[in-house]
Design a protein around this ligand. Structure first.
Ligand code: NBG
Length: 832
């Protein structure tokens, strides 16, 4: 090889400061096409990202090659959402070259932190479900598991949220506008995906009845690959996202008619399929485009999985030994019918065999019990969009119900509940039932949620298949959520117990003994204070509100949803505001209430709650009579990047959902790991957080899931009685209803007041109010004693090791997937 190329090749891998610097200067000129004097911050970001990408490509290929050569069993994580966030800091940290990169940029006169800020936040998800998928990618790569993510390359991620006169307004999020340096387009990896058309019956070569799907419309799915760097940089896995492309022949038909503009129009329409992420969190959209998106990425992924499998195998018998496919919620559940179709219609496998293979290959995670979130597609829509799949679903259903009939022994209610088709009213396909039936394992995401799954949505299926439901409590990656996001605390921890915790978070328990060490406490507080200063500056920039760094940072960040009860929090804030005004001479613990979160654009009640928080904030923040002891801020456009600033700075973590309604929560884990104390109900993973951090180090309040259930069932709950007997609640509600916070429109909040009274207060805000206020009081009292508070905060951090997504992912790997770590071989490195 030409010596010049050889040296350049080595340079591309060089991890030292000089090599990085030279790469940066070269990339800026030759790939970004800019002179150093004219380069913008964004140019530098692209430059650095491309140079860093060079350093991982060899290892990425080594990883893929090793999996291929060993014909390792792979796990495929099918998810409609991956809430990734920025990747530069993450890649640098996982490759272990953050310091070198910082120095190399220094020498060019640049600051790494500024360069990082130019990266858009990849928001291909709504909330917890999508962020969990991103944490799982990090953990699979860090645990050397052969894991692939499959999803959609949305051109527009989750909308950008702005507040205009206090109201949420949505703007398109154009994260790809300036290109994405992390992705590799694969124009040759292209699969056809069909819609509509009809099914034709025919006799196959041996005279058996067979079916083919004809006259369908075709779309192509094109792959874009993003490397997923594991901690240490040894394993680099792949996230493959599909983008819709119109087929060429499809266009040519129109060209021949001379209808050129029409052809182009059609092309745009077809490619709209992967244009935008549905902004609904835990609610079903029910729109045809959504169904098409689900089928589009699922079909392309399955075709890709089978192609990879067939490189080593000539029949499908060992598919379940080589591939585990995880359904992230029911969004890809159509994959069960699709795999049956591919096996039976395209590869000639017999029905029974195909069904065994399918069930042994798939497993399904349920992420919510909310009835409005359980996907159920109208049969009429399915028949039109996916006619062959509808037939297959009928067939699966008929065989299943036939088998169950014997055991149902006259219990027709049970059979109709087990059915894949909801026959009540407009007939619908129950995707949860399909996912359950077509999987060998079904899991919930916290201990409580899994129990409730057995008792509620899947009670009949659980009776039928008692071995199938299992629990996998969620986790979070300690790399992003502590090592990268909270550098002051990460450095402190490493200074005392070494850096083994980054890879094995259980080691963090060694901090527990430091909780009584006064010096350590002081340093812990100093780290927190540094993070709070950073957040205070961010708040000032974003909202113009100045907050006291030494006030209690009381944080509720998550999607806006009635069941998450931001309303309970803001009502307590009003009550506290009144108390402060009534008792101006008392020395109050200063409190800063920090909210952030987006509402689904069509969720009017959630948007009204946003407006209420902003209205209350305006009044409170400008009232001199509270002497700055209370500030309320609602930060706009909550996303992963904002979370990385907020989580490390929180003192108190609000996890106050109506018990039984939050499947798990993962923000609760991020906040506790970063040393916030939780104020929460016994819901989702809060239950397990309490077990780990200890009852004394958490503020638990409110009705339990069982009490909620009983109260709702009794029908005897009357919110008006509760309000009448609680003067501070009554006063807060009266202020809202008389327009104290909305003088321009006193009736603005009528729908909220209505829901809390005549509406029956479904989320039991009034029922939990008094207990919640007491817990808040306990938190404020404790905060006065900074030593005690810090001790408990340290114990939170120290006891959160179990909530690493590494633990979660290894449980999936051993108990569901039977997938094992594979160490990549790096021949290029051993050669030189
Ligand atoms: C969400 C739950 C959260 C949970 C995440 C991840 C959906 C459908 N569900 O409680 O609401 O933490 O999933 O499991 O978005």
């Amino acid at each position: 090889m030409d010596a010049r190329y050889k040296s350049r090749e080595i340079e591309r891998r060089s991890l030292d400061v000089d090599g990085l610097k030279r790469s940066f200067l070269e990339w800026l000129v030759y790939s970004v096409g800019k002179d150093a004097r004219a380069a913008t911050r964004r140019d530098w970001f692209h430059t650095v990202a491309l140079a860093v990408r060079d350093r991982l490509v060899d290892r990425w290929m080594d990883t893929t090659r090793t999996y291929y050569q060993q014909d390792a069993k792979r796990v495929y994580y099918l998810s409609l959402e991956f809430l990734i966030g920025r990747l530069l800091t993450n890649s640098l940290a996982n490759l272990g070259i953050t310091d070198q990169c910082r120095q190399a940029l220094d020498r060019i006169g640049l600051n790494l932190d500024d360069v990082v800020e130019a990266e858009p936040d990849a928001a291909l998800g709504n909330g917890g479900l999508g962020r969990l998928a991103a944490c799982f990618l990090d953990s699979m790569a860090s645990e050397a598991l052969p894991g692939y993510g499959y999803g959609i390359r949305y051109e527009f991620g989750l909308f950008e949220q702005r507040f205009e006169h206090g109201w949420q307004v949505e703007y398109p999020e154009q994260w790809l506008q300036f290109g994405n340096p992390w992705e590799f387009p694969r124009p040759e990896v292209l699969y056809p995906v069909q819609f509509y058309g009809r099914v034709e019956e025919f006799r196959d070569s041996v005279g058996e009845r067979a079916y083919r799907w004809v006259d369908a419309e075709r779309v192509l799915a094109m792959a874009y690959d993003t490397p997923v760097v594991g901690y240490g940089g040894d394993t680099i896995n792949t996230l493959r996202l599909w983008s819709a492309r119109a087929t060429r022949d499809f266009n040519f038909g129109h060209f021949n008619d001379g209808a050129y503009m029409k052809a182009v129009e059609q092309k745009v329409l077809t490619e709209n399929l992967s244009r935008v992420l549905y902004p609904n969190d835990a609610t079903e959209g029910g729109k045809e485009l959504r169904l098409k998106q689900e089928y589009f990425f699922t079909s392309a992924s399955l075709q890709d999985i089978l192609r990879r499998y067939l490189q080593h195998h000539s029949n499908f018998d060992s598919l379940p030994d080589k591939a585990a496919i995880q359904l992230n919620d029911t969004h890809p559940a159509i994959g069960i019918a699709e795999l049956m179709r591919l096996l039976v219609d395209q590869h000639g496998v017999t029905w029974d065999k195909a069904w065994d293979i399918t069930r042994a290959t798939f497993s399904y995670t349920n992420h919510t019990l909310l009835p409005e979130a359980l996907e159920a597609w109208p049969v009429r829509m399915m028949e039109r969009v996916l006619p062959r799949h509808m037939q297959i679903i009928y067939e699966i259903n008929a065989k299943f119900l036939n088998r169950s009939k014997a055991r149902a022994a006259g219990d027709n209610g049970r059979l109709s509940r087990l059915s894949l088709i909801d026959e009540r009213g407009d007939r619908r396909v129950r995707m949860g039932n399909l996912a359950f039936l077509g999987s060998h394992k079904v899991n919930g995401v916290s201990a409580l949620h899994t129990e409730l799954m057995k008792q509620t949505v899947f009670a009949d299926f659980h009776a039928e298949f008692p071995e199938r439901i299992n629990n996998k409590t969620n986790g979070i990656t300690p790399r992003r959520w502590l090592h990268q996001a909270n550098q002051p605390l990460a450095a402190l921890i490493t200074s005392r117990i070494g850096n083994g915790w980054i890879k094995d978070l259980s080691q963090i328990s060694a901090l527990a003994e430091k909780a009584d060490d006064l010096v350590f406490r002081e340093e812990f507080r100093r780290a927190k204070r540094k993070n709070k200063k950073r957040l205070a500056a961010y708040i000032a920039r974003q909202t113009g509100v100045d907050v006291q760094v030494d006030s209690l940072f009381d944080v509720q960040v998550k999607r806006m949803h009635e069941y998450k009860r931001q309303l309970l929090n803001i009502l307590q804030a009003i009550a506290l505001y009144n108390e402060m005004r009534d008792n101006p001479t008392v020395s109050w613990v200063p409190v800063t209430k920090i909210f952030a979160g987006k509402a689904a654009p069509s969720y009017h009640m959630a948007k009204l709650i946003i407006k209420l928080i902003n209205d209350v904030a305006k009044v409170v923040n400008h009232d001199p009579s509270v002497h700055d002891n209370l500030k309320i801020v609602l930060l706009p456009n909550y996303n992963v990047t904002a979370a990385e600033i907020i989580m490390p700075a929180a003192d108190l973590s609000e996890q106050i959902s109506t018990a039984g309604m939050e499947a798990s929560g993962t923000g609760n884990m991020k906040l506790a790991l970063n040393g916030a104390l939780t104020i929460g109900t016994l819901d989702g993973a809060n239950v397990e957080i309490r077990e780990h951090v200890g009852d004394d180090n958490i503020f638990i309040f409110g009705l339990t899931a069982e009490e909620v259930n009983d109260l709702r069932a009794s029908g005897g709950f009357n919110p008006r009685d509760v309000i009448a007997s609680n003067p501070s609640l009554k006063r807060a509600l009266d202020m809202i209803s008389t327009g104290v916070f909305s003088p321009d429109d006193p009736h603005r909040y009528h729908p909220i007041l209505q829901a809390l009274t005549d509406g029956g207060d479904h989320f039991l805000v009034t029922a939990d109010f008094s207990d919640y206020c007491q817990a808040q009081q306990a938190a404020m009292d404790l905060y006065r004693d900074q030593e005690e508070w810090t001790r408990k905060a340290i114990l939170n951090t120290a006891n959160m090791g179990w909530f690493s997504s590494d633990r979660t992912i290894m449980e999936y790997a051993t108990e569901i997937w039977d997938v094992h770590p594979v160490k990549p071989e790096h021949p290029a490195e051993t050669e030189t």
